[in-house]
Design a protein around this ligand. Structure first.
Ligand SMILES: [Mg+2]
Length: 378
């Protein structure tokens, strides 16, 4: 069985004027991503997602991958991750190379799963996990004037037992947002706060200390992803766990976060980090350093499905005796039809449980008719 066809499908959806959402760094109105569809000689189709604009994904694929992928046996998928660091030797560290690799890798695993009749999480780790704990990614900074508590009220009514909110616009605003979310979700809920790298280390430390009374499960990206020394400084100064990794890609970037113990939780995005194969390597590194791992998800339903399969493959932690931590899965609650409308059976994170598909491969069926509504030329 060999790959005989690769299709790049750029997708985009724009929010109406005045309905933009964002983080402490700014407001956005467009959600874009790129899907990849591989077809094999026996007609099996595999899907993957690249966290990259369609035109860049297309040219990266054509220039650097197409000749190697056409004719490739999907079962040799892991050799592709290796070769990105050796050929094209000078470009392996590029985010777009790793994003396109992520899509190819995920599509190959989808094909492998369909070929052997197993969901990917069973192939990656053999766990028997059937459900994850979704956390609502919500309380975005909004373009429209709306009560800050509204989205967290919605998450609570939907049954979420965990949520992550946006902060990072100043200490007093951070305290107001976290206090509001905590009061609505209750003392038992897991609450995380994302600064989106908008602070200097001293500002992040000041905010984290002001938030210490609210029992945050983690603070995310307190400083920009490249500010490794800042992560070290913050980690020494605060007690709240620190998470990062959505903007990192490839095993070497994660190795640096882990070797230097800069974070307590790593968050690879399956459409950027290098795919399922690389995510598994990152998980091995994290486990070796006794650091937590949970995927970042800001993707279409295909990248979400890859994250679900990956998260479901991870062993419970701690491994014995004490109550295991929830197996978290980030679930964006902003309006995004690329997440909610392109599968025949969309993921349902309500009531505090996200079922792990047990069907082969990614366990999803892409609705190609729905896809066409959001397709852009690439
Ligand atoms: Mg984040």
């Amino acid at each position: 069985m060999n790959v005989t066809d690769i299709r790049v499908i750029g997708l985009s959806h724009s929010l109406p004027e005045g309905k933009g959402l964002g983080d402490a760094r700014g407001i956005g109105r467009t959600r874009s991503t790129t899907l990849l569809r591989l077809t094999t000689s026996d007609g099996t189709v595999g899907w993957g997602e690249a966290f990259a604009p369609g035109s860049i994904a297309q040219s990266t694929l054509d220039e650097l991958f197409r000749d190697d992928v056409i004719g490739m046996d999907p079962f040799t998928v892991e050799s592709l991750a290796e070769s990105t660091y050796t050929d094209p030797y000078h470009f392996g560290g590029s985010v777009f190379v790793q994003s396109v690799l992520s899509a190819i890798d995920t599509a190959c695993w989808d094909i492998i799963g369909k070929t052997v009749g197993q969901p990917i999480h069973r192939l990656l780790g053999g766990t028997e996990r059937t459900a994850l704990t979704p956390y609502a990614s919500t309380m975005y900074f909004a373009e429209e004037d709306r009560p800050i508590e509204q989205p967290i009220e919605t998450a609570r009514k939907e049954g979420f037992t965990a949520a992550k909110i946006k902060i990072g616009s100043g200490v007093s605003a951070d305290v107001e947002r976290v206090r509001t979310a905590r009061s609505i979700l209750g003392e038992d809920a897991h609450l995380m706060a994302d600064m989106n790298g908008n602070y200097r280390p001293d500002q992040a430390i000041q905010s984290a200390r002001a938030l210490s009374e609210f029992d945050l499960t983690w603070i995310e990206e307190p400083v920009p992803p490249e500010n490794y020394s800042g992560y070290r400084e913050i980690g020494r100064a605060i007690d709240t766990p620190i998470a990062a990794g959505e903007a990192h890609y490839g095993r070497f970037a994660f190795k640096r976060l882990l070797d230097d113990r800069l974070v307590d939780i790593v968050q690879p995005n399956l459409a950027r980090c290098g795919g399922l194969s690389e995510a598994r390597r990152i998980a091995d590194l994290a486990t070796t350093e006794n650091v937590g791992i949970t995927p970042h998800v800001w993707n279409s339903a295909v990248g979400l499905a890859a994250a679900v399969q990956f998260a479901a493959s991870l062993p419970a932690y701690p491994h014995s005796r004490t109550e295991p931590e929830p197996a978290f899965l980030e679930f964006d609650r902003s309006h995004n039809p690329l997440r909610s409308e392109i599968l025949r059976t969309p993921f349902d994170p309500t009531d505090g449980v996200l079922d792990v598909p047990q069907e082969p491969g990614l366990g999803i069926t892409v609705d190609t008719t729905a896809l066409e509504q959001y397709r852009i030329d690439s």
